[in-house]
Design a protein around this ligand. Structure first.
Ligand code: 6PG
Length: 263
């Protein structure tokens, strides 16, 4: 069964406020696409543009592929859409690990976003700190500020790792809420590499945050995040800290990822 007909098959169940459980990863991608199209239409109608930050990793691949398909891509005003990234690995855009590269293959190569509206995080620069400063200037030039002085994206797509990280905000990475920076370049100990990422205050400045999460390996972290269970040593997981100050947060997940949430 293809993704589009899968999406029509069973409506998602709201297992918790803001936590929508779909039968399969394909159905979750379909629900995320439906919500993105709806939000995009509201934003373009209200402000003439749609400022969207894309998630990295593998889970969003199915979503981007769906958005690139004829049924879906015709519903989006790509000419008035700007694309940003929530985080990026320190690799060239054509490297297999590049979040930009994955989005380009699955989405950008199939839709007509003006190239000046595609704002790649240039995390392959030798001076990552300088690249982060340049990205902050791009955000400043294009986005309104929220009441806390942080750039306000219309929609931020996020994934979540099995350890509860999101974007490139990892457990043990210091106090993500305590920064005034908009873009940071944390050393990710467990990966032994730096990343470039939007900071928590920028994620929390968004009008809409949508977590797309699939797979049984995420079930324990999702339970901890949704129920805000503190970790040993205190504090909740980074994904749990994403709670927009003046915006909406939803989780669109498959049944496997939701398997630890009480029915
Ligand atoms: C990244 C992502 C990261 C991702 C999670 C989940 O650059 O890796 O931004 O936060 O969303 O690691 O990745 P999967 O979707 O591949 O499980």
């Amino acid at each position: 069964m293809d993704a589009a007909s899968e999406m029509q098959k069973i409506a998602p169940e709201e297992r918790r406020p803001g936590v929508w459980v779909c039968t399969t990863p394909e159905a979750a991608a379909g629900e995320a696409a439906r919500r993105l199209i709806e939000i995009h239409a509201e934003c373009v109608a209200a402000r003439g543009e749609f400022m969207l930050s894309l998630a990295g990793g593998n889970t969003p691949r199915a979503l981007y592929r769906l958005l690139a398909s004829p049924d879906y891509r015709e519903q989006i005003d790509w000419a008035h859409t700007h694309l940003f990234w929530s985080d990026e690995r320190p690799v060239a855009p054509d490297h297999p690990d590049s979040n930009y590269g994955m989005a380009a293959k699955e989405l950008l190569d199939h839709v007509t976003v003006p190239k000046e509206h595609i704002h790649r995080m240039e995390a392959d620069w030798p001076n990552l700190g300088r690249a982060a400063q340049v990205y902050e200037v791009i955000l400043r030039n294009l986005l309104p500020l929220d009441s806390r002085g942080f750039p306000r994206l219309d929609m931020v797509l996020l994934g979540m790792g099995a350890d509860g990280h999101t974007a490139s905000l990892f457990p043990g990475g210091g106090n993500p809420a305590g920064t005034s920076r908009w873009v940071s370049t944390p050393m990710v100990e467990k990966l032994g590499t730096r990343r470039m990422t939007l900071t928590l205050p920028v994620l929390n400045a968004a009008r809409h945050v949508l977590f797309l999460i699939a797979g049984a390996d995420k079930a324990e972290a999702l339970r901890a995040v949704v129920e805000e269970i503190p970790r040993e040593g205190g504090g909740v997981l980074p994904a749990a800290l994403v709670q927009p100050f003046a915006g909406e947060r939803v989780f669109v997940v498959d049944a496997a990822a939701a398997s630890r949430l009480q029915a």
